[in-house]
Structure formats: C-alpha cells, structure tokens
Design a protein around this ligand. Structure first.
Ligand SMILES: NC(=O)CC[C@H](N)C(=O)O
Length: 369
C-alpha cells in the first residue's frame, strides 16, 4: 500500500506501508544501529518519535518475547529502507510487520533512508506525518501543526501509575500502604520517567533491590521509604518542563545518593542549577565514542537523546564524560556529594557493553560515602 512521509519543511518521501492503512505523527529522527530494532521499538524514550533506521535491511532476525525494553512498542512509527518479512532466527516467534500491525504502529519501507538521514543531519530533526490517505500538501500542513518536542513534558505519559518492585521474574506490583521490600540488599527508588527494563536488570545484578516509583512521586514519600539511594531513569521529551521531578530531585540531592541516565542525567543537571538545550539531530545509535575524562578510557556507547545538559557554570560539579564526535557533555558528578549521572546508555540494550561498570560504581556509591 502506497504511503508518504511528509516533513514540516515541505519535503515528502514516497514509499510503501508494510502495516496496512494508517496515519502517524511525530518527530522524525534517525538511528544508526545495525541491529537492536526490537529494543529501539520498545524504548519509552522514543515516545512521539518516528525512528528511521539507517541500516538498510531491518527485520531479518524477527521478533522474540525477550528483547523488550518495556511492555509495548513506544515509537510513533518506524521507517526502513527494506523490511524483511521472512525472518530467520531460532528465537523469532513473529515477524516485524506483524508485531507493528498487532500494536497499531505504522511502518513504511521503500523510501530513500540515506536521503532522509542526510536531510535531518543538515536541517535538524523535524516533525512529520506518515499517511496512506492524505495528499502531500495536507500531510505537510498536519506536520506543521504538531507540537515541537521543545517544551513537551512527556515523562508522565509513559511513567507507571503506582509503584512496583523489579524482581528476577520481572515487575511485581505493590502499593504505598502495603509496601514491603522483598529481599535484602541496598534499597533504591527508581524514578520512572519511561524506564528501560535493562536499567532495572543491571541494578538487580549489583544486588540492588529496585522499587520503581511514578515520575510525580514527591521527595517526602521517598524519604519515608528509608532508601539507600535514588535512581533517575531515561525518558522521552524535553527535561525542562518536568518541574515536579526537578523539585523532588533538588530536595533529595541534599542528602541522598543519586544516579541517573539520559533524561535522569538532564533532570539532575537542572536540579543542581545547570541548563539543558536541544541538539540539532540528536544522538541515536550504538557506536558513539565517549571518553571518561577522569581516566582517559574511551567507551563505545549506546545513545538516544535529542537534548543535552550543560553544567559548566556549576562549581561543585565535575564533567566526567565527553562525546568525542561533538564534544558535548556525556556525564558528571558532584565533587562532595554522592551524585553522578551519564547522558549515554550504560545499560546498552541495544549496544556494546563497554559502559556497564557504571552500575558497579553506582552500587559502590551507595555504601562508600
Ligand atoms: N533516552 C532518554 O532518556 C532521552 C532523554 C530526552 N528525552 C532527550 O531526548 O534528550
């Protein structure tokens, strides 16, 4: 079925829908990962974004029930050069087109993804409309009417509504009144701004007991839990309008060890007095070189962010990591307090495991103070 992708600047790409009729809207960005499409599709940080894969053949190893980073597909739509409809992998239980269609998410193929990627690199991430029905002019008008990502508080859209424990068997629901920590080990409240499962898996691997809490949980409630630390998850949208969380983090940062990843990194930066800004086309892929400025070691990292933090004006903060492609901030820590965060994804999923020791450092920070 013929479909178009119309961008806000009037550019229109013609392709074919591999998920039937439909329409989708969102910010169009590109991801340079060669594999890992299932983790990308289910990463809540992609909420309201249409992801274009630069690798030309996607879907070859199908879909399995394990490689998910949340309970459903989160991207607004999926853009590929060629979608493989007959996957070959012993773990596959479903095809990519089926997976998307079943969850009502549109996929388009047959467009020139290299041209689209170049266009976004040169002109920046853009709002877009994917449609099988509208004519190009109508679709472009619709794209212009979508709210821009800047100023959008989306964490509440994807956060859990009530707390849950992360266990070896996955999430186990609890409620504030009957909450009882199930095992020993450091107790950590994980703010859920759209948390990826692999962050929770990695925290558990460190012997930590993660309790996942809604994005709007006030600091007072966290204090009542008597936690050993707080973790700030990744998540979609602009960090600046997530004011309630910034307020809670500012309060907790006075006396509680805090670690953060991606949106969590940005929110911690804002809570400490830093600033955030939108990048032109963001970092989305599995091959971004990041240098640890304290050791000189370079990690190849998984990344997915459209905004960036600036803490250069803060005396008590040390920048610990820098992106070697564009010199943007990739991590920081407080000089005297147990507070540290990274912009990239040490939990990978998908991506290389170079940065996994971050979780060990966080676990150590809970005990050595
Ligand atoms: N993966 C994330 O947490 C993304 C953070 C934020 N939404 C950004 O785009 O920069």
């Amino acid at each position: 079925m013929r479909a178009i992708l119309a961008l806000e600047d009037g550019t229109v790409f013609h392709g074919t829908s591999f998920t039937g009729d439909g329409e989708a809207t969102g910010e169009v960005i590109f991801n340079t990962g060669m594999t890992g499409y299932q983790e990308i599709l289910t990463d809540p940080s992609y909420h309201r974004q249409m992801v274009c894969m630069t690798y030309p053949h996607i879907g070859n190893y199908g879909i399995n029930p394990e490689d998910i980073e949340s309970d459903r597909i989160r991207v607004a739509a999926f853009i590929v050069k060629e979608c493989c409809k007959e996957p070959s992998n012993w773990r596959a239980t479903e095809t990519l087109p089926n997976y998307l269609s079943r969850q009502g998410v549109m996929g388009i193929e047959g467009i020139d993804t290299r041209a689209l990627t170049r266009h976004i690199r040169l002109n920046g991430a853009m709002r877009g409309v994917m449609t099988t029905t509208d004519d190009p002019a109508t679709a472009v008008d619709k794209a212009r009417a979508i709210p821009t990502m800047q100023g959008l508080n989306l964490a509440g859209d994807v956060s859990c509504r009530s707390p849950f424990f992360w266990t070896a068997d996955g999430p186990v629901a609890t409620d504030w009144d009957s909450l009882r920590w199930p095992t020993s080990g450091p107790k950590v409240a994980v703010y859920d701004f759209g948390v990826k499962y692999n962050i929770l898996r990695e925290l558990s691997c460190q012997g930590i007991q993660p309790l996942v809490v809604p994005a709007d949980t006030p600091a007072a409630r966290i204090r009542e839990l008597g936690v050993d630390g707080v973790f700030l998850s990744n998540g979609p949208g602009d960090p600046e309008p997530v004011e309630q969380a910034i307020e809670a983090i500012r309060d907790l940062a006075q006396d509680t060890p805090i670690g953060g990843i991606c949106l969590g990194h940005q929110l911690l930066a804002l809570a400490l007095g830093g600033r955030t800004y939108k990048l032109k086309f963001g970092h989305h892929g599995c091959n971004h070189p990041v240098q640890d400025s304290t050791t000189g070691v370079i990690e190849i990292s998984s990344q997915n962010h459209g905004f960036c933090a600036d803490v250069s004006m803060l005396e008590d903060i040390t920048a610990t990591h820098v992106n070697l492609n564009d010199q943007t901030l990739e991590g920081f820590r407080h000089r005297h307090k147990p507070l540290m965060a990274v912009q990239y994804h040490p939990e990978a999923a998908p991506g290389p495991n170079d940065a996994k020791p971050f979780f060990r450092r966080f676990a150590q920070m809970l005990t050595v103070q």
